[in-house]
Ligand binder design. Sequence first.
Ligand code: PLP
Length: 422
Amino acid sequence: MTQSFTNELSFAKQMDKEDPLAKFKQSFYFPQHNGEDVIYFCGNSLGLQPKAVRDAIDVELNSWKELAIGGYMKGTNPWLYYQQYLNKPLSQIMGCLEEEVTVMNALTVNLHLFLLSFYKPQGKRNKIIMEAGAFPSDQYAIETIVKQYGLSPDQIIVEIAPQQGDKILHTKDIISTIEKTGDELSLVLLGGINYYTGQLFDIKNITTATHDVGAIAGFDLAHVAGNVPMQLHEWKVDFAVWCSYKYLNGGPGAVGGAFVHQTHANNIDTPRLGGWWGNEESTRFKMEKGFIPKPTAAGWNLSTAQVFNTVCLKASLEMFDAAGIRAIRTKSVLLTNYLEFLLKDITDLNFEIITPANSEERGAQLCLYFIERGKEVHQKMHEAGIVVDYREPGVIRVAPAPLYCSFEDVHRFYMIMKNLKA
Ligand SMILES: *Cc1c(COP(=O)(O)O)cnc(C)c1O
């Protein structure tokens, strides 16, 4: 990073003036604190509401009101194809073919569906590598699928933990664990960005190493989608799942996203649970015996498109399309580096940034680890109109999402924090 920052407010204002994405901030609603917008650095948990969603919902309400069943074919956005409207923008964000992506259900459900398709323990090839301290839902999904096969989680799951005194994992340690597990390895499942440390894994090289030993590489991209651009197709990732309510601003409980590589998606013999919505459209309404999956990621769809669970995401993705995921990432790197620069100037509070310092190993989020009084600091931030979240033990996660956070927001955050005495 050659950018040189200064800690004056005028610098932040100048950065905002030069920011080509600055205009998007006005397209979101901010919660209020003492009559002012809060500083919202919590887009890693729930993205803000795009102002466009109300009209988008109204369009679908009107189709329902005026056309009822006709909405499936004759609505403004015929519901029969509703999921497909998101394929293009999502394929840009995830770096894949349109046929490799779909929206359905929610993240954990989709993870289970893909585990059923891709975790096939056979003889000694039955091990699953995951990160120690993975998001609980990932841990529970793996634990319960392993038990479904009558296997013991303790013997199957290989957890990779940071080395003594370290908080993050090194790619070489992940790869050496993959190599060591070798022909016993069935599946690698990692969070693309670890939710607790903010570390972005080297998905490309981890996938290659996994394939080299003949195993499957899957990723939980909850903290990646809309944050860091991916190249899932080119990297040959086997499958990935993500939620749409974090950086993608799809609203609470929005429909989940799913990627299946073309090589698996095109093969209608890839095992899966079937439902009528994943069946070929030409025969779907014949209601006949015999499931013929679509030769795309949509071949995993089970139920009727969840229009009202998808409409906000659809509206939000139009903004991602307009801004471009590359431009979003460029701003994000700058914004987070600027935050890091300012945080290093704060000496009165006892904390450490545990997120990797290299911007290629992180997304928007920095995790501040407080050896003590993290909760108290979090409470004081809250009282000062800052929305950030706290995760045990002792971590405050600070995530300036680039579509709606400004350099001035980061500066305000810095000034408030500088004046906090723990
Ligand atoms: C947020 C998050 C989830 C949430 O899963 P849901 O099924 O949407 O509740 C799962 N995994 C990770 C890593 C997350 O960060």
